[in-house]
Structure formats: structure tokens, C-alpha cells
Design a binder for this molecule. Sequence first.
Ligand code: FPP
Length: 248
Amino acid sequence: MAFFKRKKPAYTDISQIELPSHIGIIMDGNGRWAKKRGLPRSAGHTAGAQTFRKIARYCSDIGVRHLTVYAFSTENWRRPETEVSAIMKLFKEYLEEAIRDFKDDSIVLKFIGDRSAFSPELLALMEENEEESKDREGMVLNIAMNYGGRAELVRAMQSIARDAKDEKLDIEKIDEGLISDYLYTKGQPDPDLIIRPSGEHRTSNFLLWQSAYSEYVIMDVLWPDFREEHLNQALIEYANRNRRFGGV
Ligand code: FPP
């Protein structure tokens, strides 16, 4: 029956495809990766941080314009204190390394999420990295830290209500574009592709508004085992999809 026939993928190599301008990645599976090896969960995060470095660099090298990685959610504080502090230590190491070693880099670093929960030291490193990289012209790397899509929308609604009350905003002018402008990702395109390794089929509160028309690619690999080839595979799957944005 023709109805069930799957079209043969048209693309097999990333050199043939138009890259998504914005990729989101939910870096999932660090804990399971560690457990499989009889290691503490923190070892999974250390390995995951190495994968993050490699994949961010690769995305920048192949010409992706925006990459958003989900590094720590508003819900992740519920984890044991030892695990949370191990993750905070990894953030600090990466941000220090970025300041120290990435002087000639083209990547623009941005942090999305509620910063109020971070230590003054981490906060200063975040600000320094943003300031240092803001005039670069390469890929924008958004690191979502203490980020939640619902919290982001609550924050946006509060700001919109405040501006309306202060008569800086006409309520009749509230539309989808205006709401996007009140989000952390203001001025950036919505993600075309969101990759979730580790096989889970959930959005986990990631870029809720922005992902309305994103293509999700779920992959069975755990994040620490994710390699450039997996990214290529996701890109090819994305390119072979038929995006309709609600049309036909
Ligand atoms: C989810 O896997 C991963 C996290 C909550 C932490 C992500 C952090 C990193 C990749 C390292 C630091 C990042 C930077 C930017 C330096 P999980 O722990 O939920 O895995 P599980 O589902 O197998 O338990």
C-alpha cells in the first residue's frame, strides 16, 4: 500500500544539506553512563562536559549559527548536594577555561536562565565571558543554566505586565513577536532542530515557547558517548524531514 511506503532519505551526507540555523541539545544520560561503569554520577557529568566542549566546537566549525545546550534546569537543584556541587564545579572550570584560553575564539557566549541562584564567583565568570565575547562574529552558544521554559514564560509575563502598567507598552500590541522579545533568546531564531540523546521522549521544560515548530531528533546514545557522527546523523535526519509549520 502506497500509504505506508516510506520515502527513501534524500540526503546521506552533511555536505549536501542546509544546516539548521539554531540547534538545541538536551545533554541527557550522564548519570546512566556513570552507573553503567560503576562510577559516581559526577563522573558522568565530567565526561558530559568533555562531550559538550567537543560538540560545541564542532557545531561552530561546520557553520551552525546558534547552539543552545541545556546544562542545568530549574528542577535540577533537587539532586543530591554532592551532585549539584560537582556540576557547579564543572561550570566554573569551563568558564575559567573560556576566559583563559579562548581569547581568539569566534564563539559568542550567552547564559540563559535565572542567575540569582548562582554564587557571586560563578556570576562574575558568566558576566566576564559574555562581555569578553559579545563582539565576536561566530556561533552564538547559549548555555542554559538554572533554566526552565515555564519560569522563562513567567518572567516574560511579569515584565510585559510591568511595562503595560508603566504605560511603556500598549496591550493591543502584544503579539507572538513581542513575547519572543521578552525571552532570554531575544533576537535569535527559534531552534530548527532539538537533539535529545539517551532515548527519552520528553521536552523537560526546554525552550517551550521557542520549540513550537522545532524538529525533535531522539537518539539512543548517552550524552558522554555522543560524537560528531551522532550530530551528523541528527542533521541528516532533520534534513530529510518535511517541515510544514502547520501548513500542507
Ligand atoms: C542530564 O543527565 C545532565 C545534567 C543535568 C547536567 C549536564 C551537565 C553537563 C553536561 C556538564 C557541564 C556543562 C557545561 C556547560 C560545562 P542526567 O544526569 O539526568 O542523566 P541520567 O538521566 O542518565 O541520570
